[in-house]
Design a protein around this ligand. Structure first.
Ligand SMILES: [Zn+2]
Length: 549
């Protein structure tokens, strides 16, 4: 009988392909899964009796923003504690490479405040050098990256609001080709954020054609997820069709202000697929986001120094103009602004306001009643009083849409979060990012166990083999002999997400500051234990994943 490195013994094995579990043992040798057999039949140097818990492939999170935070927390603590063993970064148009000397300042300001941490050396310039910088000191999880369209633009024309000329577009294409050669999985865009929003569709098609040469994919935070969501989905599909690349529509829940529910965007995806176009979707299951209140202001105001913002908001005429501009929403701003535009003040709950402590935990609607002021005025006053420190929870997604998306077979599960840890600079002050800690356990707890929307095996498929297939990770996302041993062991009964706060909120917030979930007991990455009995082992067996063309 074989004596393997590790045996996970007596578990309910979910293979990741959507099949129901079976009782068994799983054998791991030299980083890979080598055998599965009936429970109690396999032998190894290290036996871990998981006592009926579930054994599944480690979760593959294809939409994250861990690009820079992973350099600060190489153990990838919030990720691995929730069972994620792979992150894809470079999403929403932004990757920290390529970058050049001339535009390094713009790039650093994008990733501020983490940019200034000593671990973030900015010694890389090319995409390949960034991947090498990730590799050199090891990682707690595997990491792959897309090339961000905004990075290509910044490296070429900075933050200018204009089209690139022919020579500049050539340069962007060359930078992208270089990134693809170095292992980028494709191109991402963020078409509601500067400078991505300055790009016309034709510019993106020209770049996506480079991706097509390398058989990569096009992932997009589309050009508006509210009023313009359907046009934006159509644009993403058109880019894929004209460039000949698969399309991944990122975090595709309609945000407040969208005229239809998620079935409308999914119908467009289905039609494209019927025509033979490879289009899929991902989504996270949180209804909220916790940005600064300044994020609700028009872009050109946001970018000003805080003292000037205060002055503008104190002047009655400019205050009125800003208000009208927000409601007019001519340059579609990012999702949460829909709550201001549509006067959903009861969906904006104050999280931080160090100089207006009485407001914390209350909604803008509640504060307006208390202060006898209009909600818009309260919103602006909180910015004047607290500056950049004013933050709120914006509940800008209807949970019904999350359920619609979860049920659809072409939708996979992502977090849209980043690697965090509940201590140190990544927690000072604690960011509001429930998805970074509780995405996968939250899906299993709420949408599989407590109020079932998905079967367990279907939820696991959407977290494992489906995203693996999307990114060509053929040796991950399944528990089959030959696959890399990225594995999570969890107890579905005990599983509890301690980061998500359901709307309407109670104060003190139940799960903020966020904590690691309960019930994720063992996590292996490339055959090494990174979580053992719920504790991080300190191991850094993760690999940098490179797209093979
Ligand atoms: Zn995004």
């Amino acid at each position: 009988m074989q004596n393997y490195d590790i045996i996970l013994k007596n578990g309910r094995i979910l293979d990741g392909c959507g099949n129901p579990w079976f009782w068994g043992d799983l054998a791991i040798q030299a980083g890979r899964i080598v055998e599965s057999g009936p429970a109690g039949t396999l032998q190894g140097k290290r036996l871990i009796d998981v006592d009926g818990r579930y054994i599944a492939p480690g979760f593959i999170d294809i939409h994250t923003h861990s690009d820079v935070s992973i350099l600060i927390n190489r153990r990838a603590e919030s990720a691995v504690h929730q069972g994620a063993t792979t992150h894809i970064v470079g999403n929403c148009g932004m990757s920290p490479a390529p970058v050049n000397e001339e535009h390094l300042a713009e790039m650093r300001s994008y990733w501020s405040p983490l940019s200034d941490q000593p671990e973030v050396t900015w010694e890389w310039r090319s995409f390949g050098e960034y991947l090498a910088a990730l590799e050199v000191e090891g990682l707690g999880i595997n990491l792959g990256s897309l090339a961000g369209h905004a990075a290509l633009r910044i490296a070429t024309i900075g933050l200018e609001e204009r089209d690139p000329n022919v020579r500049e577009l050539d340069q962007m294409q060359a930078l992208l080709a270089d990134a693809m050669e170095a292992g980028a999985f494709g191109l991402s865009t963020g078409l509601v954020y500067p400078p991505g929003c300055y790009a016309r569709t034709e510019e993106i098609i020209a770049l996506a054609k480079v991706v097509a040469r390398y058989h990569g994919l096009y992932a997009s935070h589309i050009r508006g997820e509210r009023e313009t969501i359907l046009q934006a989905v159509v644009e993403a599909i058109r880019i894929g069709e004209e460039a000949g690349v698969p399309v991944q529509v990122s975090h595709n829940a309609p945000k407040f202000g969208a005229p239809f529910d998620a079935n409308a965007n999914l119908r467009l995806i289905e039609e494209a697929r019927l025509r033979g176009q490879d289009v899929t979707v991902d989504n996270d299951v949180h209804t909220d986001l916790g940005p600064g209140l300044i994020g609700g202001l028009p872009q050109e105001i946001q970018d000003k120094p805080i003292e000037e913002i205060r002055r503008l908001l104190q002047d009655p005429d400019t205050r009125q103009q800003i208000r009208e501009e927000i409601v007019a929403d001519q340059k579609p701003a990012f999702g949460p602004v829909g709550l201001l535009k549509h006067a959903q003040w009861q969906r904006i709950t104050i999280l931080h306001a160090p100089h207006s402590l009485e407001a914390v935990g209350k909604t803008v609607a509640g504060m307006a009643a208390e202060r006898g002021r209009e909600p818009f005025d309260v919103y602006f006053d909180l910015i004047i009083e607290n500056g950049e420190a004013a933050e709120a929870i914006f509940d800008y997604i209807d949970e019904a849409n999350i359920r619609i998306l979860l049920r659809h077979p072409a939708v996979m599960i992502c977090s849209d979060g980043e690697v965090l840890a509940p201590y140190g600079v990544l927690n000072d002050p604690p960011p509001y990012s429930p998805c970074s800690y509780g995405e996968f356990p939250g899906v299993l707890e709420r949408y599989v166990r407590d109020q079932p929307v998905l079967t367990l095996q279907e939820a696991i498929r959407k977290m494992t083999s489906f995203p693996a297939q999307r990114f060509g990770l053929t040796e991950r996302g399944v528990l089959r002999p030959g696959a890399w041993a990225d594995v999570v062991v969890f107890d579905l009964e005990r599983l509890h997400d301690r980061a998500t706060n359901l709307y309407p909120h109670t104060y003190p917030f139940e799960n903020y500051p966020h904590q690691y979930p309960d019930g994720i007991d063992y996590v292996l990455v490339n055959g090494e234990l990174v979580i053992e009995r719920g504790e991080h082992t300190g191991a850094l067996p993760g690999r940098v994943l490179r797209h093979r063309t």
